[in-house]
Each structure stands twice: as structure tokens, then as C-alpha cells.
Design a protein. Sequence first.
Length: 333
Amino acid sequence: MALSTHLVSSLRPTLAALRWAVPGQCRGLSTPQGPEPSLDLGGIFPPLATPFSPTQEVDYAQLERNLSRYANIPFRGLVVLGSNGEYPYLTPHERLEVVSCVRRALPRDRLLLAGSGCESTQATIKLTVSMAEAGADVALVVTPCYYRGAMTSAALVHHYTEVSDASPIPVVLYSVPANTGLDLPMEAVVTLAQHSNIIGIKDSGGDITRMGLMVHKTRQEDFQVLAGSAGFLLASYAVGASGGVCALANVLGAPLCQLDHLCREGQWQEARDLQHRLIEPNTAVTRRFGIPGLKKAMEWFGYYGGPCRAPLAPLSPAQVEELRSTFSTNGWL
């Protein structure tokens, strides 16, 4: 089911204004004192779901169809090969093909961030270089975590420094403790923010105090903090985050861009009301039902969701009904 006519009509003036807005020009958010960013990450990025066919092959035609619809939403850019893209389940060849497919469809004024984090430094460097060759503008590098007990601040600083030294494109750090069991330590973030080729971090932990402290401690660097979830997007903006990489944007991209706009314009009451309606749907497609829930919800809004790749299992009928109820009770269906 698509967004209601009333909702689309109410969003149209905001989306039209956003489409022609210059990145970085806003009056609602206070900007920490520091250098102008070399590459502005301000705005909303959906971490794309990877579409699979019924036989669990990557369905590039359906990916292109989803991309054609996302082109009408004023995203700052797209993220491919994050956790919502089932990155660990893709072959090296598939990863590069997905990046190439998205790059061909994406206007040059929109950024393409591509996940390239591997467990070893050597493999991460190799994949990062390949991602750049396939058309990525920025490498999103998740923390290595298999030997998490050995991943001290010193080890992680060394890893990211080596990767960033070798990368032909800027690097964004990626901390997602729900998947890795590892928070990128604050002291490591502050040190790495000084690297000339590290331009930001996607923090999915949801600790607003930590995010605010990151913004504060890196304010003199060319470094931006991105919220890793729609559930705490407004709060992240309030403490100085630049944008958001939000799974829910695969489903409710236009409302999330509206929330971004309201925050930047200082329309905090409207922003709070909208944020409240996004919290439960966001929880449902992240912590509650995960990627199978995200893909099911995409289908109700006119996108192709399709199956996940095994061993991720589809939702049960009862789970589907609970997921639908969550969107309905918050006014989205």
C-alpha cells in the first residue's frame, strides 16, 4: 500500500523545498565551531536493502525499480552494503555488482556510501579500493569484531589508520554494537577524527550522551556524526549530529526527510510530533523484526522487499500482523 494521498500532498511543499536546498544551509541547528566539512554529509541516507529473487539470487532489476522511486525523495545519498543490505551474505562479486548498479542509477549530486569493512586490515583495504573503482564516493567501514577481546583502542586506531591511508576515497567509521558487540571507544574516535581522510562516523548505538560528546570533542576537526537509526534522529540533531543513516528510510523516506527539514528550520514542535510517530515503526523494522520486517514493510509502501537470504527467516503470519498494526496505529497505513 502506498502513502496516503493526504500525506503525500502535505509533504509536497517540504520535499520541493528540500530538493533545491543547498546542503549545509540551515537555520534551525546550531553548528559547532570548526572547519567547513570537505564533504557535507548532512541529510538522510537509507541503508538500502538488497533485493533477492525467490531463489535468493540478487535481483538487480528490482533494485533498479526501487532506486527509481527513491530518486523522487530528497535523500542526501544512499548507503549500500550495510547491515540492512545483508552484506555478510553477499559474495565479493555481488558486493561490487550492487555498488556498480546503484552508481549507474544515482545522480552524481547524491553521495554513494559503500560498506567495505572486513575482519582483517588487508582485506578491508583491498575491498575499499575495489569499492572506489566501482563508483563509491565514501567507504563505510564497520569495526572488525570476530576477535573483539583483542580490539583495543590502539588496535582499532591502527586498523582504521592503515585503511584510511590506503583508501582513495574518504572513510566513515561505523559503530554498530548490536551486531558486533563492540562499541568504537570514544578515545579512538577522537584520535581518528584527526586523520585527513576520515570524515565522520555512523553511530548506531543510540547513546545520545556519547553522540553529543563525540560532536563536542571533534568540533575542531573535519568530522561529522551521523545517527544510525530513525528512532533517535531528532535527539541526535539536538546534540549536533549532521544527518542520519536510517533503515526506516527504505520505507518512510519522505517523512524522514521532512523530519530532517523541520529540525534544520527549528520547527521543533512539529519535529517532535513526527519523531514520536516514527519511533515504534523504526523499532519494529530494526530491533523487533529486523531485516525480514523491513522488507515486508517495504512491500506495503510500493517497494520491492522480497525474501531475505538464508538463514534469515521470513516473518510468521502473527508477526506480519503485529508489524502492520505498528504502522497502522501510528498513522502510516
